[in-house]
Design a protein around this ligand. Structure first.
Ligand SMILES: *Cc1c(COP(=O)(O)O)cnc(C)c1O
Length: 406
């Protein structure tokens, strides 16, 4: 037995000594959360408009979510996919209800969902080539896309800062221009199997696909027998006021990857595939140990319960209108600092004239947590149940930071 140590090491010291250095972290240790508020270890509270990067969809510790996770943790946590569990079946049914006829595969993160989609694209290519492997495999992606940090998704992420140091990458990707159907059309040949798009690019600065672009891409996919793969890991699960952002364009993709907000804070990822594409996975060709555990699915079911019971999609749509208006007014008042305001619902990017880092610090010092994104953008990602008052508060804090800078 070791005796309890009397030497108290701070969290900052523990991180410095023992945690890998792959993140540029804020110098803040968070210890407690409730709704839109989080507290640090010095007792300061913050309005949390990071939502753990679009994850904590219901804010922190929503009572319905907490009760569901506590109940399930005392009942059954993990059994693997060697067996059925009731929660996974029910969650699949609920996701099909949002996405349309088809089937769901469960995993644990956005990157893993994207990898699964890419594997479906490969299987589609084999089918398209009459069963021959290696002939039809190419996936078209958009400039500045982000599809996760694993080898497949990273190779589908045409950004030097993400790929640097990790070559050789997975081959078989070609890059088109966002919102330019012709540029994608020009890349299609017999080796093309799929087109992969984020409906709204999150990590590279909140760049939405226009509805016309998505509709044009849908037509291209239909004409050339390509799968349309929608990466809704960040913009899905209600963040834009529809369950999937691609619904705004009236387009149905063949496959949808989701993760971040789906579990309301619990790690879970999923891919939905329409009936045709769903049949591509057969016993043995894909899997994951942890995917769709009773506990993860209980967390996601509780998240969907609250989204539905509290009518959060309508809430996001309704309250975001005034919020966007106020943010646009800020941009008008401070054109020297704010270049553009983009996004939909509770997925907003404020493009600044310079590095957003100092702005993120200025907001934090005033009690607002926000996330930086590519292209000088500050991302504001309130939980889906943030009130009109809290949204207004974020604008007030932003205005105060801008005013101080002059
Ligand atoms: C965050 C994100 C991913 C990766 O998800 P992880 O859970 O971090 O692996 C993939 N695609 C998009 C669009 C994302 O925003």
């Amino acid at each position: 037995m070791t005796s309890p140590s009397i030497v108290r090491t701070s969290t900052a010291e523990l991180y410095d000594a023992h945690v890998m250095k792959n993140y540029a972290r804020a110098p803040l240790t968070l210890v407690r959360g409730r709704g839109t508020q989080v507290w640090d270890d010095a007792g300061n509270s913050y309005l949390d408009f990071t939502s753990g990067i679009a994850v904590s969809a219901l804010g922190h510790c929503h009572p319905h979510w907490v009760a569901a996770v506590q109940r399930q943790a005392g009942e059954l946590i993990h059994v693997s996919n060697l067996f059925r569990n009731p929660n996974q079946g029910e969650l699949a049914r609920r996701i099909v209800g949002y996405a349309g006829p088809g089937r769901v595969f469960f995993c644990n993160s956005g990157a893993e969902a994207d990898e699964g989609m890419l594997k479906l694209a490969r299987l589609h290519g084999v089918k398209k080539a009459g069963g021959e492997e290696g002939r039809c495999f190419k996936v078209l992606v958009a400039k500045n896309a982000f599809h996760g940090r694993m080898f497949g998704g990273m190779s589908a992420t045409p950004q030097e800062k993400i790929q640097k140091g990790f070559r050789p990458l997975v081959s078989g990707f070609a890059v088109g221009e966002l919102n330019n159907v012709e540029s994608f059309k020009a890349l299609i040949d017999d080796s093309t199997a799929a087109i992969l798009l984020e409906t709204i690019q999150g990590e590279s600065g909140i760049n939405p696909c226009t509805p016309e672009f998505l509709q044009g891409i849908r037509r291209l996919c239909d004409q050339h027998n390509l799968l349309l793969l929608a990466d809704e890991v960040q913009c899905g699960a209600g963040r834009t006021g529809k369950f999937y952002a691609i619904e705004h364009a009236g387009v149905r993709p063949d496959v949808i990857a989701m993760a971040k907000g789906l579990g309301g804070g619990f790690p879970i990822g999923a891919i939905w595939a329409g009936e045709r594409a769903a049949e591509l996975f057969q016993p043995g060709n894909h899997g994951t140990t942890f995917g769709g555990t009773p506990l993860a699915c209980a967390a996601a079911l509780a998240t969907l319960d609250v989204i539905e019971q509290e009518q959060l999609l309508a809430h996001v749509t309704r309250t975001s209108a005034a919020w966007h208006e106020a943010l646009h007014a800020l941009a008008k008042d401070f054109p020297q600092h704010i270049v553009a305001v983009r996004g939909k619902g509770f997925l907003v990017g404020m493009q600044m004239a310079a590095d957003p880092g100092p702005w993120i610090v200025a907001l934090r010092d005033r009690g607002l947590l926000a996330v930086s994104s590519g292209n000088n953008v500050i991302r504001l990602l309130p939980p889906l149940n943030a009130t009109a008052g809290e949204l207004a508060k974020s604008v007030e804090i932003f205005r105060s930071a801008l005013t101080a800078k002059g």
